[in-house]
Design a protein around this ligand. Sequence first.
Ligand code: TMP
Length: 203
Amino acid sequence: MFISFEGIDGVGKSTQADLLEAHLVGLSREVVRTLEPGGSELGRDIRKLLLHSGHVDARAEALLYAADRAHHVATVIRPALAEGKFVITDRYLDSSVAYQGAGRILGATEVRDLSMWAIQGLLPALTVLLDLDAASAVARRANTGDAPDRLEREKVEFFEAVRACYLELAAAEPERFLVVDARLTVDEIQSKIRARVDELLGR
Ligand code: TMP
């Protein structure tokens, strides 16, 4: 089973993905936990270019995320799924549609088409969207004390546009998406995610 986590920066995706991984491992499932950008060796170089360089043109940015994704799917995700493993990824194509399509205003349809070409149609069985307003997410990030990367330095309006796009994507594909309010406690969020995963597993 292929599961992705989505949401604007600072909503707690990695924490929830870690907890879901522990749950599945507890059920004796083999899990590959990965992320975008940077889920492959080539991807780690692309991640550095994307997050820690100077200005990147919006179209070049979209292509770099798509290149990372194509290589990630071909060398990490598909092989793991073929071996019957679970794959949990922190971000996938919806990040591109929301950040580049809406945040950078390149257009959701074009960016989605680019990613669909890169991934040759491999969509997750479940996409967990952790939803939070942009101002709260910015405040949470400030509390971590970590230096913001190139994307995190964007204005709050950018993240509001990204969030609105995510919610539209979720409304358009309710079977694939589970939207969870990121203001709930870590445990409350995790139990909603586990309930949906268990349902998909027929437990
Ligand atoms: P993260 O791994 O810390 O979430 O950082 C990745 C950053 O890249 C984050 O700000 C979201 C952004 N991003 C995009 O803009 N488009 C994409 O397709 C992906 C995967 C991430």
